[in-house]
Design a protein around this ligand. Structure first.
Ligand SMILES: [Zn+2]
Length: 232
């Protein structure tokens, strides 16, 4: 690990990197501000699922989404997509969008610049091989911005997408009560962070308990869930 290059990279990002790279998308309002879309976000939300595909949970989540005819965006890990390509194919077949969430989910600040780029490129290649299309969306692990990674994503024509609402379906806050309460607060324009991958402290099994009620409630609130591809 080369701390000198990491520190200089962060310093460079502070000085100039942000000015040459487009700001990450954090909510659907950003799409309008960036001039990419004139679509009306009044009743739209984007549900995003990270860290999959997962052999135990992704299919279950796909089934619940299908039950309510809801489309989502999956930010997949290259290493998991490589292992379970059939789940990525099912996402595409069901009309969901795919984003790049790096190959191994290493912390963006703790890898060399070369590894940071490789994490992005290797995953793009895998997604392309499985789906036939290059992903349009990139989300760095932990939402941590690293200039080398973002530049690589930008060079590959991907837009960096973060979120406006995390349901915190992980760690000690990731209880059914807590997740359900946070899901109740989802509103138009939100990009919602959820997890289908059971890695580290994620609780997809608890999120799954809350998902049907939440998806049912979208109709009551007149909210329409759209994929990132369908926003632009
Ligand atoms: Zn993640």
């Amino acid at each position: 690990m080369n701390f000198t290059s990491i520190n200089s990279d962060i310093a460079a990002a502070r000085l100039s990197g942000e000015s040459v790279l487009p700001s990450p998308i954090r909510s659907l309002e950003n799409f309008q501000r960036s001039g990419k879309s004139a679509s009306d976000i009044n009743n739209q939300v984007c549900l995003t699922f990270d860290d999959g595909p997962d052999p135990d949970y992704t299919q279950k989540i796909l089934d619940v989404l299908a039950d309510y005819d809801v489309k989502a965006t999956f930010f997949v890990l290259g290493s998991a997509a490589e292992q379970f390509p059939q789940l990525v194919e099912k996402m595409i077949a069901a009309g969901h969008s795919i984003g790049n969430h790096t190959y191994t989910h290493r912390h963006p600040w703790l890898v060399s610049s070369a590894d940071a780029k490789n994490e992005v490129t290797r995953t793009t290649e895998l997604i392309k091989n499985i789906t036939g299309n290059t992903p349009r969306w990139f989300r760095p692990p932990f939402g941590r911005l690293r200039t080398a990674m973002r530049k690589q994503a930008h060079a590959e024509q991907m837009t960096t997408v973060l979120w406006s609402r995390s349901i915190i379906d992980w760690g000690i806050l990731g209880t059914a009560t807590g997740i359900a309460r946070r899901l109740e607060h989802i509103k138009a324009g939100d990009i919602v962070l959820m997890h289908d991958g059971k890695r580290e402290h994620n609780h997809p099994e608890i999120m799954l308990q809350c998902l049907p009620h939440f998806l049912r409630s979208l109709a009551d609130k007149a909210l329409m869930a759209r994929t990132l591809d369908n926003i632009t």
